[in-house]
Design a protein around this ligand. Structure first.
Ligand code: ADP
Ligand code: GLC
Length: 477
């Protein structure tokens, strides 16, 4: 089965979040189980630099982009089509906005071309390979399904929601520039309160829609999580067209026994490396090198979604109990400065690094005792999965993929060897603070801590499982 993934990020070449990790792992896992999976992505500078050996598949003129060359190369054993259109994509850095966080004004053109090429690859733009399933990811690729529907559905289409908070909304008058008929600008179509929504195009026109966890797939049928799409999403859910398929973890990148970013490897049967990573992490962050201080870590985009403000309000509880917190992240300037202020005030307990740092993120997952993910909503979440694999117990809010992957350390769950971390319910600082206190209590019972840690490390969130689920879905449609 020929499957084309249409997307705008690819680990490790270009990444703003977990979307990149998924595209860096899922197509390869699908190839391992016998699917013929390829990727389509704009030739952003980082993508072209990472895939230098390409051949020309097609050349054409596009009114928005001018001269466009479709190239094909390989990356980590997976075939990748690159849309080489310098007028639209030759911009360094973040693929969606400039360095001042302003969305590019021509995003509607940039992501229309991505969707259009995605659909054309089902009908012969590459005469040697025609996609049978076109699998689009997030709003960036949402128009793919609309173009396919407009072309009479030559291939099946799947759309994956990684995050409903980003919707790709553009003014109506752009419809004439993206080559879709006015009949599609309809409430039963891609119209959303008077604008074009690329996200809605993906939801409405695809043969199947997936969310990246079963709980998130249910949550987004309710007004609290749906950003106004609850009507459409409830219908899709009741028709069986919206399903949740959990993400996995790429064992080549995230494995404490082989991780190329850490010096001291470890595994369940030989855990001393973890202690060394903790010492190295404390040293890196200039925190006192105390082996028995409970060390919390968090690696995150700094946005409203991630509940960092709740953590800032609960940090006192970590300090009071002699714990430590190391945080790595970047994003909202107000959160950045609040975090830096906290670290400045409590240098013995709190350390913050603002920025994006791949190697450091690995040391943090390896060296921490607890990994924090107190999100308001979380479609899947990956860092809690890394935490489980590295024996760094996740402390998470009960939402989305966090609820599906972490089992709370209640007395009963511990006894039944099911507990893997700490789960709290309400999105407020008291609830988070209470969960932090529970982590301290368990830390005092080291033997029980080790039991929970063992169960955490035994969990299997491999991509093979998810790859099979997607295959079943493709076959069903
Ligand atoms: P989201 O996609 O919403 O940001 P996920 O948990 O799915 O959340 O994925 C986040 C990914 O980005 C993880 O691989 C995480 O390690 C990584 N990440 C986030 N912020 C940073 C950072 N500042 N430095 C390094 N890696 C980061
Ligand atoms: C999104 C979500 C995150 C998910 C990731 C990969 O960015 O916020 O929860 O893990 O996509 O699917």
């Amino acid at each position: 089965m020929k499957v084309l993934h249409v997307c705008s990020e690819l680990y490790p070449l270009l990444k703003t979040g977990g979307l990149a990790d998924v595209l860096g792992a899922l197509p390869a896992a699908q190839k391992e189980i016998g699917l013929d999976a390829r990727i389509l992505i704009p030739a952003y500078p980082a993508i072209s630099a990472g895939i230098p050996d390409t051949g020309v598949v097609a050349e054409f003129h596009n009114s928005a982009a001018g001269h466009v060359v479709l190239r094909y190369g390989e990356f980590n054993g997976v075939g990748v089509y690159l849309i080489d259109a310098p007028n639209l994509y030759a911009r360094e850095g973040n693929p969606y906005h400039d360095q001042w966080y302003n969305d590019y004004a021509d995003n509607y053109k940039r992501f229309a071309l991505l969707g259009w090429v995605g659909a054309e690859l089902a009908t012969g733009l590459d005469p040697w390979w025609m996609a049978e399933v076109v699998h689009a990811h997030d709003w960036h690729a949402g128009l793919t399904s609309a173009y396919l529907a407009y072309k009479g559905r030559p291939a099946k289409s799947v759309f994956t929601i990684h995050n409903l908070a980003y919707q790709g909304l553009f003014a109506y008058h752009h419809l004439f520039e993206i080559g879709l008929p006015t009949s599609m600008f309809n409430v039963n179509g891609l119209e959303f309160y008077g604008q074009i929504s690329y996200l809605k195009a993906g939801l409405y026109y695809s043969d199947a829609v997936t969310a990246v966890s079963p709980t998130y797939a249910r949550e987004i049928t309710t007004p609290e999580f749906a950003y106004g799409f609850e009507g459409l999403l409830s219908t899709l859910h009741s028709q069986g067209k919206l399903v949740g398929i959990l993400n996995g973890v790429d064992d080549n990148i995230w494995n404490p026994n082989t991780d190329s970013y850490i010096q001291d490897h470890y595994k369940l049967k030989s855990m001393t490396g973890k202690k060394k990573n903790k010492a190295a992490l404390q040293a890196h962050f200039n925190l006192p090198e105390k082996p028995d201080a409970l060390l919390f870590v968090m690696i995150t985009r700094l946005t409203e979604q991630k509940g960092v403000d709740l953590l800032i309000q609960s940090a006192e509880n970590i300090i009071k109990q002699g714990g430590q917190l190391a945080l790595l992240g970047s994003g909202a300037p107000s959160l950045e400065s609040a975090l830096l202020g906290l670290a400045h005030k409590h240098p013995k307990n709190i350390a913050v690094k603002i920025g994006y740092d791949e190697p450091l993120s690995h040391l943090m997952v390896a060296g921490g005792d607890v990994i924090l993910v107190p999100s308001r909503f979380e479609p899947c979440g990956l860092t809690q999965l890394y935490g489980l694999k590295y024996g760094t117990l996740p402390l998470v809010r009960q939402t989305g993929g966090l609820a599906d992957t972490v089992v709370d350390s209640t007395a009963e769950n511990i006894k039944e060897r099911r507990a893997t971390g700490f789960v709290f319910n309400e999105a407020n600082s008291q609830a988070l603070s209470h969960a932090i206190s529970r982590a301290f209590s368990l830390w005092k019972k080291q033997r029980t801590w080790f039991t929970v840690r063992t169960v955490a490390m035994e969990q299997d969130f491999s991509w093979q499982i998810s790859a099979r689920r997607y295959e079943e879905l493709y076959r069903r449609i």
